[in-house]
Design a protein. Sequence first.
Length: 126
Amino acid sequence: MRIQDHPVLGPLPPTPTVTFTFDGVPVQALEGECLAAALWASGIRILRHSFSGRQPRGMYCGVGHCYECRVTVNGVRDRRACLTPVVAGMDVRSQPPDLLEEARPAVGGPVAEGRKPEAAGGADGS
Ligand code: FES
């Protein structure tokens, strides 16, 4: 669901659509929008599962701070869906907890030196 006529911004202008896949399922997006918006508009709320507790996680802050929206894009994991523009044909995957386990030295252990900020934990420490 998208806002078609915003009270301040006005009506949504005609915008071309592009298609990408999420876990192998085709998803329509408006050209230029971010992955999180396209997935949300398609009713997809769960983007990964937490390392601790295996709880479903999805978009939270929407501005790149919480890391809750991490997905794998074209084989590159830990891309923030709220900051990643949709590109036609991109392959987006949800992230199961085992991917996060590979990235961690140990539960509760120190973060490895040189680890990219993108691989850092989310708001729940996962
Ligand atoms: S929703 Fe918080 S970083 Fe994407």
